[in-house]
Design a protein around this ligand. Structure first.
Ligand SMILES: [Zn+2]
Length: 372
C-alpha cells in the first residue's frame, strides 16, 4: 500500500491571474471567482493555513483583499517585489513548518520553477488546478478537530499575544494576569482525545512520564471507572490556545496514580504544568489520598521534572505505593515501557487556587469517601 501523502499545512497563493482574475496594477477591479473563494474557505475550515507570495504593490493588494472580504484568511503574507522563493521560504520559516508541508500556486511557470529550484520540497501547482486542490489527498486530513477548524484564528491570536508580550514592560506575572487566562480541565470524550493526539503521540518536551500511551489505549480507558482521562484547554483575551494537556489518573485505595501528564510546549511559559499539579494535589487532599506520579527523565522533559519537584513530589517510600496492582499497570503499559520509570510520591495537603488564571475543573472527589 502506498504511504499516505504528507499533508499540506500551508498553501501560498500568487495573486494576479491565480487568486484573482487580472493584473491589479492594470485593473483595480480584479475579480475573485466564486470557486476560488470556496477553495479558500474550504481549506481554512480543514485547518490548512494560507498565505500570499505576490509581486505587487503591498498596500493596493492588501486593500483589494480586504474589499473582497478575504484578507483575514491569510497569515504572514509577503507582497512586494522580492523573489518568490524568498517569500515562500520566509513564510515557512515564520510558521516553523517543514518545506514538504508547504504548497505554492502560481500561474507563471517561471515563478514555479524559481521556487522549485530554491526549495525542491515545496509542492508547486499551476493556477488552473486551484479549484481541484481541495479534492487532492494532500489537502485532505483524515480528522478535522475543533482546534484544526480554528487553527488560523489560534495562530493570529498568538501573533498578537507575542507582540504584546514584547512590548509589555512590567514583571512577567503581571503580563500573565493581563492575559486573563482561563484553564478548563475536563473529563475527556472521543473528540477531546483527537485534539490532544499529537501530545500523546509525539515526544513532547513536557511529557512528564516519558511513557507513551497510544491513542487507542487512552480511548480504551475512557469508560473505565478505575481510570480518569482528563484534557486541559487554555484560552485568553486574544483567543483560544486549544487543547494543551492530557492526564491519565488511576484510582487506587489510598492513592491516586498519575500515569501520564503531557502539556504542550506552547504553554510552558504560562506555568500550566504547575497549575495542573496544584489542582490535582488539592483534589487528592480533599479525597484524603496520597499521590503517586510516574516519571522517567528524558533529555526533553527537564521542565516537568522541575514542576514535580517544585510541587513537592519526591522519592519517598510510603506504604501506599505497595498497593500498586500489577494487573492494572500491565493493562496500559508493557513491562518494557516501565523500565526506568520512577514513582514519585506526595502526601497531599490542600493548595490554594492559581493567582495567574481562572480555573474550571471537575470535582474528582464527588462520590469518593475520604480514606481515614
Ligand atoms: Zn503514600
Amino acid at each position: 500500500m502506498p504511504d499516505a501523502p504528507t499533508l499540506v499545512k500551508c498553501l501560498i497563493w500568487d495573486l494576479d491571474n491565480t487568486l484573482w482574475q487580472g493584473t491589479l496594477l492594470e485593473d483595480p477591479g480584479v475579480r475573485l471567482p466564486d470557486e476560488i473563494r470556496d477553495v479558500i474557505i474550504t481549506l481554512d475550515a480543514r485547518g490548512i493555513l494560507q498565505s500570499i507570495a505576490s509581486k505587487n504593490d503591498h498596500d493596493l493588494a492588501w486593500q483589494r483583499l480586504e474589499d473582497l472580504g478575504i484578507a483575514e484568511y491569510f497569515v504572514h503574507p509577503r507582497i512586494g517585489w522580492g523573489r518568490k522563493s524568498d517569500s515562500v521560504c520566509g513564510i515557512a520559516d515564520e510558521l516553523n513548518f517543514a518545506m514538504n508541508t508547504i504548497a505554492f500556486i502560481d500561474d507563471l511557470p517561471s515563478e514555479r520553477a524559481e521556487v522549485s529550484f530554491r526549495a525542491a520540497e515545496v509542492r508547486c501547482y499551476p493556477a488552473e488546478q486551484a479549484a481541484s486542490l481541495p479534492g487532492r489527498p494532500e489537502f485532505r486530513p483524515d480528522v478535522v478537530t475543533v482546534d484544526a477548524r480554528r487553527r488560523r484564528q489560534m495562530y493570529q491570536a498568538s501573533f498578537r499575544r507575542d507582540a504584546e508580550r514584547e512590548s509589555f514592560a512590567g514583571p512577567d506575572e503581571d503580563f500573565l494576569r493581563s492575559l486573563e487566562l482561563v484553564m478548563a480541565i475536563k473529563r475527556a470524550d472521543e473528540e477531546d482525545l483527537s485534539r490532544v493526539e499529537e501530545l500523546t503521540l509525539r515526544t513532547s518536551q513536557m511529557n512528564a512520564t516519558g511513557v507513551h500511551y497510544s491513542d487507542a489505549a487512552l480511548r480504551g480507558l475512557l469508560a473505565d471507572p478505575g481510570h480518569e482521562v482528563l484534557t486541559v484547554t487554555l484560552s485568553d483575551r486574544f483567543g483560544p490556545h486549544g487543547a494543551v494537556g492530557v492526564m491519565l489518573l488511576e484510582y487506587r485505595p489510598g492513592v491516586w496514580h498519575l500515569k501520564l501528564l503531557a502539556t504542550s510546549c506552547r504553554v510552558v511559559s504560562f506555568g500550566a504544568g504547575t497549575v495542573i499539579l496544584n489542582w490535582l494535589i488539592d483534589q487528592a487532599a480533599r479525597a484524603g489520598v496520597h499521590l503517586a506520579a510516574d516519571f522517567r527523565r528524558t533529555d526533553r522533559n527537564r521542565m516537568m521534572d522541575i514542576a514535580y519537584r517544585f510541587a513537592g513530589f519526591a522519592e519517598d517510600p510510603c506504604a501506599c505505593l505497595t498497593s500498586t496492582s500489577p494487573a492494572s499497570t500491565a493493562s496500559t503499559a508493557s513491562a518494557g515501557e516501565r523500565d526506568g520509570v520512577q514513582c514519585l510520591h506526595l502526601a497531599a495537603a490542600p493548595r490554594p487556587g492559581p493567582t495567574t488564571m481562572r480555573l474550571t475543573a471537575p470535582d474528582l472527589t464527588a462520590g469518593r469517601v475520604p480514606v481515614r
